[in-house]
Design a protein around this ligand. Sequence first.
Ligand SMILES: O=P(O)(O)OP(=O)(O)OP(=O)(O)OC[C@H]1O[C@@H](n2cnc3c(O)ncnc32)[C@H](O)[C@@H]1O
Ligand SMILES: [Mg+2]
Length: 198
Amino acid sequence: MMNIKQLVLASHNAGKLKELQAMLGDSVQLRSIGEWSKVEPEETGLSFVENAILKARNAARISGLPALADDSGLAVDFLGGAPGIYSARYADGQGDAANNAKLLDALKDVPQAERGAQFVCVLALVRHADDPLPILCEGLWHGRILTAASGEHGFGYDPLFWVPERDVSSAELSPTDKNQISHRARAMDLLRQRLGLK
Ligand SMILES: O=P(O)(O)OP(=O)(O)OP(=O)(O)OC[C@H]1O[C@@H](n2cnc3c(O)ncnc32)[C@H](O)[C@@H]1O
Ligand SMILES: [Mg+2]
């Protein structure tokens, strides 16, 4: 497989950069696409896979380096899988706090047993902008949506995501713990195997 020392991360999300770099360790240096451009590509795909590939190609084109993208989100059973690929835009671009408030409201009065949800992460790696064979790795993390926010770690929907294996919210997990069991950790585990890094 490829011998990669440096990768551009096709993301403007600082939380993702921190988590992915911690998972990769020192062997691969992740550089944010923000070093080249502050413009975020429009996520026009209808699936996590399409959006991940689109973001990775865009970053490879701009930087001239191999690029890794992470398209992720929260799929809530009661909402038929929403907000899904629209997780970042759920409250019309007003940010994490507004997204979380909207989700709590959408699940108001919904009983525990029907609050199941999964975090989804798709990683796409392209060697160059027109790579015909992107590497794709997916990770899922099953949990439930809490009735109130809890915890200070992580980002995004973490304060609302109850982690059955630990009985805490994912924002109450230490970064080290989250990075061992999250959707992103599972996808990254597969990617490291594909890259021969483990
Ligand atoms: O597209 P980039 O630039 O990477 O950054 P983004 O934040 O827009 O990322 P996405 O388009 O993939 O949208 C992901 C959404 O899902 C949320 N999300 C993804 N992983 C998460 C995690 O580990 N914990 C909490 N929320 C997460 C995140 O907060 C966003 O609202
Ligand atoms: Mg995005």
